[in-house]
Design a protein around this ligand. Structure first.
Ligand code: NAP
Length: 423
C-alpha cells in the first residue's frame, strides 16, 4: 500500500500471517515496524526506546526498519487531525507496532486516541507484565514477590464511549426511556444528569479469559484470577465472571485447567487441584486491590474487564517501582501494538528527563511476540544491569541513596553500551 505522508523504509519486509493459521505471524529478520513516538514525554522516550530496540536486534543478528507513523500532536501538525486513517491502516497492514503515550483531554474534547486505536484494530487484550527488576526502588518490603501479568479487556465496558452529556436532549431521552419504558425504580436525581452504558459481552469476556488461560498454560503459570465487581454490577461484571468460569470449565480438559468452585466465598485450601493444572478462580476487585499488596506472591495472571484492569495494573506497577518502569502491549488476532502503561506526563515533557524503561520494556514484550527471545532477554539484562549500577533517571534517583541522575538520552546510551558489552 502507498501512503500519503508516511515514508515506507527502502529496506525491510512486512510481517505476515502464516498460511493456514488464524493468528500466527511469520516474522522476517528485517521487519518493517511502525512506531508512534507519542505526545509529551513520548518525544523523549519514543526515540530512546527505538535506539535500545535497534541495538538489541542488531546484537542478535537482525535489523528493524522503522516506519514513523503519526497520532496526536504529531498528526495534528502533519494532517490537521489526531488519528489519520493511514496511521491505523499502516499498523493494521504491518501487524506489529509500538507507540508512546498520547494525550487525552479530560471532561470534554476528543475521545481517547488510545481507546480508538485499540477498538478500531480490535486489539482486545491489554497485557501488562509486572515483574521486579533488581535495583529498582519500591515502596514494598518484598517487591520481588510481584511477578504478575494482567489481562485487561480492551474494547468494551465503560470505555466503549456510549455516554450522554448532562443537560442535553439525549441524556433526558435516555433518562425517560430508562424510567418509563424500562420501569427503573431506583434513584436518578432531579436536574441535569450525565449517563453512560457499560456493555460487557460474552464474546469480549470469553476471548479475553481464553487468552489469559492460554498464556498461563504456555508459560507454566499456576493460576488465573478473574477480577470483577459482580456482587454489585451483576449483569455486567458478574456476567464477566460467569462467562470466564464457563471458558475454564468447558473449553479445557480438567487436568489442564481447574475451575475452582465457589472461589469468591470459600477458601480453596481443601480443594484437590490436579497437579500441573492451571487453577481459575474469581475475586472481587476491591478486595483484590488490598490482597495484591498484602499477599502479592499468591497472584499470577489476572483477567478483568476494562476499568478494573486500568486501575489494577497501575497499582501493580507502583509496587515494582512506578509508571516509569511498567510495560504493556495490546493484542488482537495476529496483531500487537506495544505501549507503556504511563501517559504523556506533560510537566516532564521535552526535558530529556523522563524514564524510557517502560517503553523499552514494552518493546521487549513486542520482541517476545516476534519470537525474538534472545533479544528480549538481552534487553532485560541490560536494563537491570544499568539500574543496579545506580545509573537511573530522575524518578528513581529521588528514591535511591547514592544513585547517579542521568538524562533520558544518557541513560539510553548506558543501556545500549551494556547491550554491546553483554552480546
Ligand atoms: P502520566 O502521564 O502517566 O503521568 C503521571 C506521573 O507519573 C508523571 O507526572 C510522573 O510523575 C510519572 N511518570 C509517568 N511516566 C513517567 C516516566 N516515563 N518517567 C518518569 N515518571 C513518569 O499520567 P497523567 O498525568 O494522568 O496523564 C497525562 C496524559 O496522558 C493524559 O492526557 C492522559 O489521558 C494520557 N494517558 C495516555 C496513556 C496512553 O497513551 N496509553 C495512558 C495514560 C494516560 P512525577 O510528576 O512525580 O515525576
Amino acid at each position: 500500500m502507498s501512503y500519503d505522508k508516511i515514508e515506507v523504509p527502502d529496506e525491510g519486509e512486512q510481517i505476515t500471517l502464516k498460511e493456514g493459521t488464524e493468528g500466527e505471524i511469520e516474522v522476517p529478520d528485517n521487519p518493517i515496524i511502525p512506531i508512534i513516538h507519542g505526545d509529551g514525554i513520548g518525544k523523549d522516550v519514543g526515540p530512546a526506546a527505538q535506539k535500545v530496540l535497534e541495538a538489541a536486534a542488531e546484537a542478535t543478528g537482525r535489523s528493524i526498519n522503522w516506519m514513523r507513523v503519526y497520532a496526536g500532536e504529531s498528526a495534528q501538525e502533519k494532517y490537521s487531525e489526531n488519528l489519520p486513517d493511514e496511521t491505523v491502516e499502516a499498523i493494521r497492514e504491518h501487524r506489529v507496532a509500538i507507540k508512546g503515550p498520547l494525550t487525552t483531554p479530560v471532561g470534554s474534547g476528543f475521545r481517547s486516541l488510545n481507546v480508538a486505536l485499540r477498538q478500531t484494530l480490535d486489539l482486545y487484550a491489554n497485557v501488562r507484565p509486572t515483574y521486579y527488576l533488581d535495583g529498582v526502588p519500591s515502596p514494598m518490603k518484598a517487591p520481588e514477590e510481584m511477578d504478575m501479568v494482567t489481562f485487561r479487556e480492551n474494547t468494551e465496558d465503560v470505555y466503549a464511549g456510549i455516554e450522554w452529556e448532562a443537560g442535553t436532549d439525549e441524556s433526558e431521552q435516555v433518562r425517560d426511556f430508562v424510567e418509563d419504558e424500562m420501569d427503573f425504580d431506583g434513584i436518578m436525581h432531579e436536574g441535569d444528569i450525565g449517563l453512560g452504558l457499560k456493555p460487557i459481552s460474552e464474546k469480549g469476556s470469553k476471548r479475553l479469559v481464553r487468552e489469559a488461560i492460554d498464556y498461563a498454560i504456555e508459560n507454566d503459570r499456576d493460576k488465573v484470577t478473574l477480577v470483577h465487581k459482580g456482587n454489585i454490577m451483576k449483569f455486567t461484571e458478574g456476567q464477566f465472571g460467569d462467562w470466564g468460569m464457563e471458558v475454564a470449565e468447558e473449553e479445557y480438559p480438567d487436568e489442564e485447567v481447574f475451575a475452582a468452585p465457589d472461589s469468591l466465598w470459600e477458601t480453596q485450601d481443601e480443594v484437590d487441584i490436579p497437579e500441573d493444572a492451571v487453577m481459575v478462580e474469581e475475586r472481587l476487585a476491591d478486595a483484590m486491590l488490598q490482597w495484591m499488596q498484602l499477599r502479592t506472591d499468591e497472584f499470577d495472571i489476572l483477567a478483568m474487564p476494562n476499568l478494573n484492569g486500568d486501575y489494577l495494573s497501575d497499582a501493580a506497577g507502583a509496587q515494582i517501582g512506578g509508571l516509569g518502569i511498567a510495560p504493556g502491549g495490546n493484542f488482537g488476532t495476529g496483531r500487537m501494538l506495544a505501549e507503556p502503561v504511563h501517559g504523556s506526563a506533560p510537566k516532564r515533557a521535552g526535558q530529556d528527563m523522563a524514564n524510557p524503561t517502560a517503553m523499552i520494556l514494552s518493546g521487549r514484550l513486542m520482541f517476545d511476540y516476534l519470537g525474538w527471545d534472545d533479544a528480549s532477554d538481552l534487553i532485560r539484562d541490560a536494563v537491570e544491569e544499568t539500574i543496579s549500577s545506580g545509573k537511573v533517571t530522575y524518578d528513581l534517583e529521588r528514591q535511591l541513596e547514592g544513585a547517579e541522575k542521568l538524562a533520558t538520552s544518557e541513560y539510553t546510551d548506558e543501556i545500549v553500551d551494556t547491550i554491546e558489552q553483554l552480546s
